[in-house]
Design a protein around this ligand. Structure first.
Ligand code: SF4
Length: 233
């Protein structure tokens, strides 16, 4: 009997966890660094983000206090390595503007807003799409939301886990997130944030090692799933 796509995806988490172990994301020291990274990584490799974060660290702007003091033009120069700096800099300033105007400059107060209300508030900010909003919600603010990205999209598409098949090979963000939610629905809710955290990090690890623009299935921890009968004929 074939497993449902959600059960297969849940099992894929276990296969990746056995192969790679805990990833302990996000690679940041503070929640505000997570926010900065979530914006800076848009359309950019993480190595470029690291160069921007190093510039911000040298300018003492990785804290909210330091960041507020930084003029917009200086911020643009410091984050230039991660691209789109003339758009990302005002977008980051808009995030801190919201934080200061409505939450007394406190990420803890922001995190206390109910998940769906907060998600809508973040999505209304400039340059915040679903992936950026969910990365901030999960990794900076501790809300139990899945993060979907291009690596997950490739895995789900190549393993035919969505029905109907995604148009032109591109699964939509909401469909990927909903499938991930179903995959972990049987796990205790208190564990969802930790599981979504690890699952996203593990799929990125698999994507970087094996499932890039072209799949390299030999040795991939998920190759066993390809041999299963398809969930959807
Ligand atoms: S590399 Fe192959 S086995 Fe691995 S996730 Fe991609 S399609 Fe699946």
């Amino acid at each position: 009997m074939s497993r449902s796509p959600a059960r297969r995806l849940r099992h894929m988490h276990d296969l990746l966890f056995q192969a790679y172990g805990p990833q302990r994301w996000w690679p940041a020291r503070t929640p505000f660094e997570v926010v900065l990274g979530a914006y800076l990584t848009q359309n950019t490799a993480w190595t470029a983000v690291e160069r921007s974060l190093a510039n911000l660290r040298a300018a003492h702007a990785l804290t909210l206090e330091g960041f507020r003091k930084l003029p917009l033009s200086d911020l643009q120069n410091l984050i230039r390595p991660s691209g789109f700096h003339t758009r990302k800099a005002p977008a980051l300033k808009a995030f801190v503007g919201l934080l200061d105007a409505e939450f007394s400059g406190s990420l803890k107060k922001l995190a206390a807003v109910p998940t769906q209300t907060l998600r809508r508030r973040l999505l209304a900010l400039p340059r915040v799409g679903p992936e950026t909003a969910d990365a901030i919600l999960l990794y900076a603010l501790g809300h139990p939301v899945p993060v979907a990205d291009e690596y997950l999209r490739r895995i789900v598409t190549r393993h035919h886990l969505l029905k109907p098949p995604p148009a032109r090979g591109r699964a939509g963000y909401d469909a990927l997130a909903a499938l991930t939610r179903r995959a972990f629905a049987a796990d205790p809710p208190a564990q969802h944030a930790g599981l979504f955290n690890e699952f996203h990090a593990l799929t990125v690890a698999a994507g970087k090692a094996h499932c890039g623009l072209a799949p390299h299935c030999d040795g991939c921890p998920l190759a066993a799933d390809l041999a299963r009968p398809p969930s959807h004929p």
